[in-house]
Design a protein. Structure first.
Length: 354
């Protein structure tokens, strides 16, 4: 027999050689349609494909890599780590308890970088990856339910804002090797990320328009970096000495793959501790805010997708907030302020009679 479901999708059902079976099934379809339950029952009875975790993981990672680049490929390593334990299992056999046990074990692991137990924020990132892994399985009709639906994140913030003051920036630059000095200066003057600086080509730099174009951004939008007078002088000097298609090169003109050791040495010489190269991006934003630059302008310069990301630096402009409060206070009280800058509404004698 054949029929249309509630979404006008055409179905053909083969029930055997007995016409009576087809008639009974037809009556069942009519009843379900009358009760508006046809699609619900069809979905419930639909058989899901049988697939192993390792097979689905391979398919998922290939799909994810085709959609994302750069920093987002961390997701691939997160999924590989999670599925390693379950690779020979059927995807449909993975239960909530299995995932919770994995998360518990993950919380005990030591970071290869800090040599300390990994932060809850890192585990949260794993949970986000695993949830998406199973959500996509539902979209692709490998599963009917997501075993992670009741698993919650720890919601610990991993935001780390470490920045240098002007004197520290000068000290660091002066202690850098020649090739590293220009890289550090660029980072402080633009807030560009390490990968953006090392992969920067001359065709992306327009010295006349004073603009650097970054085609691959985290938010998948074209990014623009504005060239200041100081940066313009630096880039003009580098262009005169150009030895490669890359803007920043090593002393032989080759592409720089890493400068970890040189940067660490410069920090040691400068007596600067607990500092990463990415913190130069924080330094750029922090110094802008401390100079009173409006948050929306900082957002544009930092190429943040939302203002929330920029507002992590807002506490650095507390002086401006106090000045604004004091200014309002002076207007309200007509200039009558005590030594603590508190608004005086009335003289103390008059206030006692209120």
């Amino acid at each position: 027999m054949s029929f249309y479901d509630d979404h006008r999708k055409y179905h053909i059902k083969t029930l055997g050689t007995n016409r009576r079976e087809a008639e009974l099934y037809e009556q069942k379809i009519k009843t379900l349609k009358a009760e508006n339950r046809l699609n619900e029952v069809l979905e419930k009875n639909k058989k899901t494909p049988v697939i192993l975790v390792k097979e689905y993981a391979k398919e998922y990672i290939e799909w994810y890599k085709s959609k994302n680049k750069g920093w987002k490929l961390t997701r691939a390593s997160q999924i590989k780590k999670f599925t390693k334990k379950f690779k020979s299992e059927l995807l449909s056999n993975i239960k909530q308890l299995d995932i919770e046990n994995y998360i518990t074990e993950r919380q005990k692991e030591i970071s290869p970088y800090s040599k300390k137990i990994i932060k809850k924020g890192t585990v949260d990132a794993d949970i986000v990856a695993i949830k998406h892994f199973f959500n996509k399985a539902i979209e692709w009709e490998y599963l009917k339910e997501n075993p992670t639906k009741n698993i919650k994140k720890f919601n610990e913030s991993n935001i780390r804002v470490r920045f240098l003051e002007y004197e520290e920036v000068e000290r660091l630059v002066s202690n850098c090797d020649p090739y590293l000095k220009s890289i550090v200066q660029c980072a402080v003057l633009t807030g560009m990320r390490k990968s953006e600086i090392l992969n920067l080509n001359w065709f992306q730099v327009d010295l006349k328009k004073r603009l650097i174009t970054l085609p691959e951004q985290k938010n998948k939008e074209i990014g623009y970096v504005y060239i200041s007078d100081e940066l313009l002088n630096l880039l003009e000097k580098l262009k005169k000495e150009r030895k490669s298609e890359y803007v920043f090169t090593n002393e032989n003109g080759g592409k720089i793959s890493s400068f970890k050791r040189s940067f660490k040495t410069a920090l040691k010489r400068s007596n600067i501790a607990n500092f990463r190269f990415h913190d130069l991006r924080h330094t750029f934003a922090s110094l802008l805010v401390k100079n009173g630059v409006h948050p929306m302008i900082v957002q544009r310069l930092m190429r943040h997708k939302s203002l929330d990301m920029t507002m992590r630096y807002s506490h650095l402009s507390d002086k401006d907030i106090w000045n604004a409060a004091d200014d309002l206070g002076q207007k309200v009280s007509r200039g009558k302020l005590n030594n603590n800058n508190l608004i005086i509404i009335e003289d103390y004698k008059n206030a006692k009679n209120l």
